[in-house]
Design a protein around this ligand. Structure first.
Ligand SMILES: *Cc1c(COP(=O)(O)O)cnc(C)c1O
Length: 456
C-alpha cells in the first residue's frame, strides 16, 4: 500500500446510498417513547402532529436495517460530501505517540458542522409531505444555519427563534442564516403569546433556550402546515448521521484500517451515534471489540453524572418522554463555550448502549479542551469548533496512553466542525481569562428535581 494521504476522499460511486439503523442490530432495545399525559408507549401516528410522517416512521422503526437515501437528498449530499477522512500525521508526531490517529472532518460546508446531514433529510421529508414551513430554535447558531441552508435548497420558509443574547453576540451567524432566507427572530419576541408574556414580566431579559423552544413550538402548532424540528437526540437524527460512520468505515476499509478506539463529542449524541454506528454493529455482532468513548463537558455531564430516566427531549416539554441519561430538562448549564454540548439529555440509543456497557464516557473542563484545540489547529491547520475540540482532547489522551504503553493503536475521532464563529472563546482562552465550572451535586439535584413524576 502506498502511503496513506493526509486527506482521503471516497469517489462518488463509493459513497453510501443508504443510512444504517443501529437499532436493527441491538438485541436489547432502548425503552419505548412514552406519552407524557398517559404514561403509555406512543405509536407512530401519535407523532404525526409533531413530526412529518416519514420522519415519525423513522423515529419508531427498529427493524429496517438499511434505509435508502432518497435521490434528492443524495443530490444535495454530493455538493459537500464525501467528507474527508484525515490522517493526523503532524499531531501524531507532536505527541510522540505510536498510535495512528484518524479523524472524519464534517466542517467542510457553510453551516460548519455535521448538522447539515440531518437538516437536509428533515427539510426534504417536510417538503415531500406538502408542509409549507418549519420552525426551530437555535442557541449557538449551528443548527439554525444548517436548517436554513437545507430549507433554502428545498424552498421551504423557516422561522428561527434565536436566543436574544446569541442574536446580539453572534451577528455573523445571524447574517449567514439570513443569506439562506432564514427568518431570524430574537427570542423572546412579540411574535408569540409566550414571548409577549415573558417580555411583559421581564422586559430586559436576554432570553434562554427553553424560551426560544417554547416560541418555536407555539408558532408551529398555531400555523397550518408548519412543524417544529429538532437537530439532535432523536433516533431519526442518528439515522441520518450514520452517513458519517458509513463513509468512515468504507474509507478505512479501502486504506486497510480498522479503529481500535472511536472517540466523539456528545451533546445530544447525533454525531457520535452516526460515527460509531457501523463499527458498533460489528461489536454487537461479536465481530470486533472496538472501544467507544463519548466526550462531554464537565459543566454539562449527562453521561458521567446524569441519571438513566424518562425525561422530555426538549425544554419546551412537547416531545414524548424518552428514557435516556439526563440532567433533567430544567437543568441550566453554566455558560461554557461549547454551545452545542449544553444539552440536558442524550440520545436514547446511545444511553442504552452506555447503560449496557458497550460504550465509555469521559468529561473535561473547557480549558483542557481549548488547550487541545490550539495544539490541533497548529498541527492540522483546521480551527476546530469548541464542541469538536472535546473529541480532540479525548483522542489526544488516548494517543498519550498509547505512548506510555507502547501500543500502536488506531484511533478514529469525529471532528464535527469549525470554530470561526467562536473566536470570542478562543480570545478568552488565549488571554488566560477562561474559567472552568463544574456543577456541585446540589446544582445537579436541582435539575433532577425537574424529572417527570413517571420515574416515581
Ligand atoms: C451541535 C454540535 C455538536 C453536538 O451535537 P451532537 O448531536 O451531540 O452531535 C457537536 N459539534 C458541533 C460542531 C455542533 O454544531
Amino acid at each position: 500500500m502506498t502511503k496513506i494521504p493526509h486527506r482521503f476522499y471516497l469517489t462518488e460511486d463509493q459513497m453510501p446510498t443508504q443510512w444504517y439503523n443501529l437499532r436493527a442490530d441491538m438485541k436489547e432495545q432502548p425503552e419505548p417513547l412514552l406519552n407524557p399525559a398517559t404514561g403509555e408507549p406512543v405509536e407512530e401516528k401519535d407523532l404525526y402532529p409533531i413530526f412529518c410522517e416519514k420522519l415519525a416512521h423513522q423515529e419508531m422503526d427498529k427493524e429496517t436495517r438499511y434505509v435508502d437515501i432518497p435521490e434528492e437528498i443524495l443530490d444535495m449530499y454530493k455538493i459537500y460530501r464525501p467528507s474527508p477522512l484525515c490522517r493526523a500525521y503532524n499531531l501524531e508526531k507532536a505527541l510522540g505517540t505510536p498510535a495512528k490517529i484518524y479523524y472524519k472532518f464534517e466542517g467542510n460546508n457553510t453551516s460548519g458542522s455535521h448538522k447539515l446531514n440531518s437538516a437536509i433529510a428533515q427539510a426534504y421529508y417536510a417538503k415531500e409531505q406538502g408542509l409549507t414551513s418549519l420552525t426551530t430554535e437555535t442557541g449557538a447558531g449551528q443548527w439554525g444555519t444548517a436548517l436554513s441552508e437545507a430549507c433554502a435548497y428545498f424552498g421551504l420558509p423557516l422561522d428561527i427563534f434565536m436566543v436574544k443574547v446569541s442574536y446580539e453576540q453572534k451577528p455573523f451567524r445571524k447574517a449567514v442564516m439570513q443569506v439562506f432566507d432564514g427568518n431570524v427572530i430574537p427570542s423572546p419576541s412579540t411574535t408569540t403569546q409566550v414571548g409577549k408574556k415573558i417580555l411583559a414580566d421581564n422586559p430586559n431579559t436576554t432570553g434562554s433556550l427553553g424560551c426560544a423552544i417554547s416560541e418555536a413550538v407555539e408558532k408551529a402548532v398555531s400555523t397550518p402546515g408548519c412543524r417544529y424540528v429538532l437537530g439532535s437526540v432523536l433516533n431519526q437524527v442518528l439515522l441520518h448521521q450514520s452517513i458519517i460512520g458509513l463513509e468512515s468505515k468504507k474509507a478505512m476499509e479501502i486504506l486497510g484500517e480498522y479503529p481500535d478506539v472511536v472517540v466523539g463529542c456528545a451533546g445530544g449524541g447525533s454525531n457520535l451515534g452516526g460515527l460509531i454506528a457501523p463499527f458498533m454493529q460489528d461489536k454487537l455482532l461479536g465481530k470486533k471489540n472496538t472501544r467507544f468513548v463519548a466526550v462531554e463537558p464537565a459543566s454539562c455531564p449527562s453521561f458521567t453524572r446524569g441519571k438513566y430516566a424518562y425525561d422530555f427531549c426538549d425544554t419546551g416539554k412537547i416531545t414524548p418522554l424518552a428514557k435516556m441519561y439526563t440532567l433533567g430538562s430544567g437543568f441550566i448549564p453554566s455558560a461554557n463555550h461549547a454551545g452545542g454540548l449544553r444539552y440536558h439529555g442524550m440520545s436514547p440509543i446511545l444511553s442504552k448502549l452506555y447503560h449496557d456497557g458497550y460504550m465509555e464516557a469521559v468529561s473535561y473542563e473547557q480549558t483542557k479542551v481549548f488547550e487541545a484545540a490550539v495544539q490541533f489547529a497548529k498541527c492540522e491547520t483546521i480551527l476546530p469548533a469548541p464542541e469538536s475540540a472535546h473529541a480532540i482532547r479525548g483522542a489526544i489522551d488516548e494517543a498519550l496512553k498509547c505512548k506510555e504503553s507502547g501500543e500502536a493503536k488506531t484511533i478514529l475521532f469525529g471532528l464535527t466542525g469549525t470554530g470561526y464563529f467562536d473566536m470570542k472563546a478562543y480570545s478568552e482562552y488565549l488571554a488566560g481569562n477562561m474559567t472552568d465550572y463544574i456543577p456541585t451535586d446540589a446544582d445537579l439535584q436541582r435539575g433532577f428535581d425537574t424529572l417527570p413524576k413517571i420515574n416515581k
